[in-house]
Every structure is written in structure tokens, then in C-alpha cells.
Design a protein around this ligand. Structure first.
Ligand code: ADP
Ligand code: MG
Length: 392
């Protein structure tokens, strides 16, 4: 078994191919002991592949994994001893809750008395005392997932790997379990690597996020860094909703950049060393717009949909050339109103066009009036970054 106390878990150039398909490419990542790291990205971006490589369930195509000075990617899963929690709880249906939790301990030939003690501890941690003698079939989905979590932590693993553990649960339970997992992480001094496609989950739980796209790491940072200072247009569009406006660069000087399209021209903040004459993406949050020009930034729009959200309106508008823009305002605007909206230059983040999210400009046509994008399985990047769900 690996030492539960370690300084760092290091992935060096970890890659995994399926035939010619690159599921994970050259991932470099150092995770500190006791850290909570979330791997975040849409379905198919390589999250589970990364987790399974860590667990030892998938061999690497390239690279290596180290726990402090020890190379571990050559070890079989049981010698790494990482705890795993999956989306489908994978409980043994014919075993009681206690037997399920103790199964891994039994396999590892932990003495009976110690096993009983660890099961007691795990049952208490996930608050299943009342249910410990039931069979999985007699439990709700949330309770079953608690059993799966208890089973993982009962092993006292150095690292716990969780793959979308909450996506089968309803919204209310997801919120509760988020806090519970974070509490367990803290109380047990775990190191947790948590896979999710849900940015809110990642932002609220993790010390650091790793944003993946098509097997490539896009950015690694604290929730604040990733949310407020996205590294490229992809992350800008993925982390909370932003309008992604495709424009041409007309001038760049220091941190300031000017961009233009047939329908609008803006001054913004140059976030990716874009240069004159190139295509760029201006990323703007709906809540950063105001009615009236600011910093010389004025966009003429016509309101299509204005949706009431209590204190403010969520508005879908269109420019003269038919470009959609979403914004929020406390002004009482109505469909067919024409007006100028503005945005401070420092809130216009300009990136290279080649890094743009596939969702650029492809927001749900229902506009402000769509449902919760996280309701059914893994949402598309467009649905998860829908403006109605953007407020955090
Ligand atoms: N066993 C497999 N054989 C072939 N391709 C696979 C296999 N497992 C995953 N893939 C592909 O690798 C990519 C990454 O998959 P995965 O890591 O499961 O993504 P995620 O967990 O982020 O949804 C996807 O394009 C997926 O189709
Ligand atoms: Mg997955």
C-alpha cells in the first residue's frame, strides 16, 4: 500500500490513446497532499480517462505518475490503494450496507476487529447508522452513493478518486452531498481528485480546478483564477456564461486591444497577445453590460426577449447583423426596444479565435427562457453555460 502521508502526487506527460484517438494528451499536474482538485470539462474531454490512469485501471500510453519520489504508474491498482467512487455506485446487491463498506478491507485481509471499527467509523461519517443493516435495494440513490463513499474512505486511502459521484442524484441531494464530500475531505485529511462536468460543483468544492478540452489541459488554477481570469476563449465560454463575439483585431497596444465587426467595435483587454489583422473573440459576461455607452464601447441592439428575474431582467438582444447578445439589466426594457448598450473596456476579455469554445454563438435559441442545463446527464457546453444559469 502507498503511504497515506505524502507531499505530492505528480503526473508527468500522462497520455492515453485509444487506437489513433487521443483521449488524454500530455497532462502535467502536481497535486499536493490534502488538496481537493477537480477535473472539469464537457463529456468526452478525457476526465474519466485521467482518473482511471491514476487509479491504475488503464495503462498509460505515455508519461509517468509519481507519489513523492516513487513511480506508481507501474503498480497494479491494489498496490496504489486509491479509493474510488463512481457515478454508478457499483454496490453488491446481495450484501448489506456494512458488508459492502467492509468488502475492500476483507479483500486486504484487515483483521476482523479493525474492520468492524473502520466500518463503524465510515457509517457514522456518512450518517447511515440507521441503515447499516439494510441491503442496497432498500436505499435511496443518495443513500447508496453514501455507501459507495463510505466504502472508499474505510480503506483510509492516500487518495480518493471520484468520477461524477453526484450526477445520478436529484438537485437538492447534489447540493447536500457536495457539502458532505467537502466535509469528509477536510475531516479525514484526504487528498481528493474529483471529476465533474458541472462547473458549479467544481467551483464550490475544489481548491484547484483543471479544465480539460479534447484531452488537453486548458487551465489549472483556483476557482477565482479560472472564473475571473480565463486563460483562453474556451475557458472564458465554459466558466459561467459569457457572450463570445467573433471579431477582427484592428489595433493592439500593451494590454489594450481594439476589435471590430460589421455591427460593432469595442476596446478591450488583450488576454492572449492577439495582434492586429487577426481574428479574435471578445468574451463578455451578461452582467457586465449597462444601458448606454461606456469607455467608448457602445453596441446598438434591439431587444428580442426580456425575462423577469426579480431584481433584474435577463435580456436576449440582436445587433443590426443578427448577432445575439445576452445581458442583464435593472432597467425596464421590452421586446422591440432599440438602444445602445455598453461595457467597460476592462470587462471585455479578448482572446485568440482559435481557442474559442465550440459553443461560441451557439447558445440555446430559447434564450433567457430555457431550463436548467444540468438536468439531464451531461449537458453540452452551451447548455451548462446558459445565461439563465450564469449567476453564482
Ligand atoms: N474504451 C474506449 N475505447 C475507445 N475510446 C474511448 C474509450 N474510453 C473512452 N474513449 C474516448 O476517449 C475520450 C475521452 O473519454 P472519457 O475520458 O471517458 O471522457 P469524459 O470522462 O471526460 O466524459 C472520448 O472521446 C471517448 O469516446
Ligand atoms: Mg467520464
Amino acid at each position: 500500500m502507498t503511504d497515506p502521508h505524502f507531499r505530492e502526487l505528480r503526473l508527468a506527460g500522462v497520455s492515453r490513446r485509444y487506437g489513433t484517438q487521443h483521449a488524454l494528451s500530455n497532462l502535467d499536474l502536481t497535486i499536493k497532499g490534502h488538496e481537493f482538485v477537480a477535473l472539469l470539462g464537457p463529456s468526452g474531454c478525457g476526465k474519466s480517462t485521467a482518473l482511471n490512469c491514476l487509479a491504475g485501471l488503464l495503462p498509460l500510453s505515455d508519461g509517468s505518475i509519481h507519489l513523492d519520489d516513487r513511480r506508481i504508474d507501474t503498480l497494479p491498482p491494489e498496490q496504489r490503494g486509491f479509493g474510488m467512487v463512481f457515478q454508478n455506485y457499483a454496490l453488491f446487491p446481495h450484501m448489506s450496507v456494512r458488508k459492502n463498506i467492509g468488502f475492500g478491507l476483507k479483500m486486504r485481509k484487515v483483521p476482523k476487529a479493525e474492520t468492524a471499527k473502520r466500518i463503524d467509523e465510515a457509517v457514522r461519517l456518512v450518517q447511515l447508522e440507521e441503515h447499516q443493516h439494510k441491503m442496497p435495494g432498500q436505499l435511496s440513490g443518495g443513500q447508496q452513493q453514501r455507501v459507495a463513499i463510505a466504502r472508499a474512505v474505510a480503506l483510509h486511502p492516500p487518495v480518493v478518486l471520484m468520477d461524477e459521484p453526484l450526477s445520478n442524484l436529484d438537485a437538492k441531494l447534489r447540493l447536500e452531498m457536495r457539502m458532505e464530500i467537502r466535509r469528509l475531505h477536510q475531516e479525514l485529511g484526504l487528498t481528493t481528485i474529483y471529476v465533474t462536468h458541472d462547473q458549479e460543483e467544481a467551483l464550490s468544492m475544489a481548491d484547484r480546478l483543471v479544465v480539460l478540452r479534447d484531452g488537453f489541459m486548458q487551465q489549472c488554477g483556483t476557482p477565482e483564477q479560472v472564473y475571473d481570469f480565463p486563460a483562453n476563449a474556451y475557458v472564458a465560454g465554459f466558466m459561467g456564461y459569457r457572450n463570445l463575439l467573433e471579431l477582427d483585431v484592428t489595433g493592439a497596444s500593451g494590454d489594450t486591444v481594439t476589435v471590430r465587426g460589421a455591427d460593432l467595435a469595442l476596446t478591450g483587454s488583450n488576454r492572449e497577445s492577439v495582434t492586429s489583422g487577426r481574428a479574435a473573440v471578445a468574451a463578455i459576461r451578461p452582467e457586465d453590460f449597462v444601458v448606454g455607452a461606456v469607455d467608448g464601447n457602445g453596441i446598438e441592439i434591439t431587444v428580442e426577449i426580456a425575462e423577469y428575474h426579480g431584481r433584474e431582467l435577463s435580456v436576449q438582444a440582436v445587433t443590426r447583423t443578427g448577432r445575439r447578445i445576452y445581458f442583464r439589466t435593472v432597467e425596464r426594457v421590452a421586446p422591440e426596444d432599440s438602444m445602445t448598450i455598453g461595457v467597460p473596456a476592462h470587462r471585455v476579455l479578448v482572446f485568440r479565435a482559435d481557442g474559442a469554445a465550440s459553443s461560441a454563438g451557439a447558445v440555446s435559441p430559447a434564450g433567457a427562457a430555457s431550463s436548467d442545463g444540468t438536468a439531464s446527464g451531461e449537458p453540452s457546453a452551451a447548455a451548462s453555460s446558459h445565461p439563465a444559469a450564469a449567476a453564482t
